[in-house]
Design a protein around this ligand. Sequence first.
Ligand code: NAD
Ligand code: MG
Ligand code: MG
Ligand code: MG
Ligand code: MG
Length: 335
Amino acid sequence: MENEFTTEIYYDDDADVSTLNDTVAVLGYGSQGHAHAQNLHDSGVDVVVGLHEGSSSRDAAESDGLTVKTPADAVAKASYVSVLVPDTVQPTVYENAIEPNLEAGDTLQFAHGLNIHYNQIQPSEDINVTMVAPKSPGHLVRRNYNNDEGTPGLLAIYQDMTGEATDEALAYAKAIGCTRAGVIETTFQEEVESDLFGEQAVLCGGVTALIKAGYETLVDNGYSPEMAYFECLNEMKLIVDLIYEDGLNGMWDSVSYTAEYGGMTRGDDIIDEKVRENMEETLEEIQNGEFAREWILENQAGRPSYNQLRKAEKNHEIEEVGEQLRDLFSWAEEE
Ligand code: NAD
Ligand code: MG
Ligand code: MG
Ligand code: MG
Ligand code: MG
């Protein structure tokens, strides 16, 4: 297939849902699980949802018209297993419910490559290991499907034991609506490392740190918390929306000449060489496994640092100011 991108992109015509001609087990019924299971079912695939006996999601899955079994029984019945329980519990579920019930030639599929890439799950060589990862939260995967729209996704093949791993993963991607929008081929390594880097350096970590640093700089210099909140947090969404819709230059075209000149001359002073070096270090810790080791140990210890960090973020002044202002401007939510 020819395209202008460096990677392969698959669409509906590249996939055939009937390739999935045996039961698919969807383990977990959270954000991704409920969307995959229902979309697969509506696409004519035989689905069984795997949830443990006490799970509060059982009722939801059953009232959505799906068959529910224990994870172990679901894996035993299926030959295609989609692992959509939280990443932190996947190794335990794999050990207890999945591995003992897998047969040679089965497929183990993920929506994120973390546990495979960092060897927290070490699958035997006689199965396929694949990834189909929608680039969107589950409720949108479901809503888009119902609206005859697609959700862009990623596809990766870690092990192809049967020679059919790609065709089956494409069939799955089509059945959940991803090939309607386009599915980009990647590797487990690339998906995991770029995902972790993006969320740490730019999206979740970078953006919140930038907002807080800007807010604190204004407030420390005597500006009012309300003004600082609007300038450094509230307007972030407006700018990001413009960038999302029309690219960086679409945003530059929409702001004032003063904002454009000031932003272009001062942006690189703020995100300077030191920040680039910090980013290189963050990427290195992802690549050499240091971050993954830290997070695994943190979980084993009951998440002491995580809980402390969460508390500190809840108590940040910008959160109090924001709560009050968002209440005052609650009409904005109704739009
Ligand atoms: P989630 O937390 O929304 O749902 C997980 C579900 O797993 C729960 O609803 C529950 O039904 C079940 N579960 C929880 N603990 C369990 C246990 N101990 N045993 C059995 N079942 C259990 O998870 P999610 O966000 O849908 O993530 C699932 C996978 O999808 C992850 O690998 C994640 O990285 C990936 N992913 C998520 C998103 C997203 O936007 N949420 C996007 C792309 C990929
Ligand atoms: Mg089976
Ligand atoms: Mg991501
Ligand atoms: Mg992530
Ligand atoms: Mg302004």
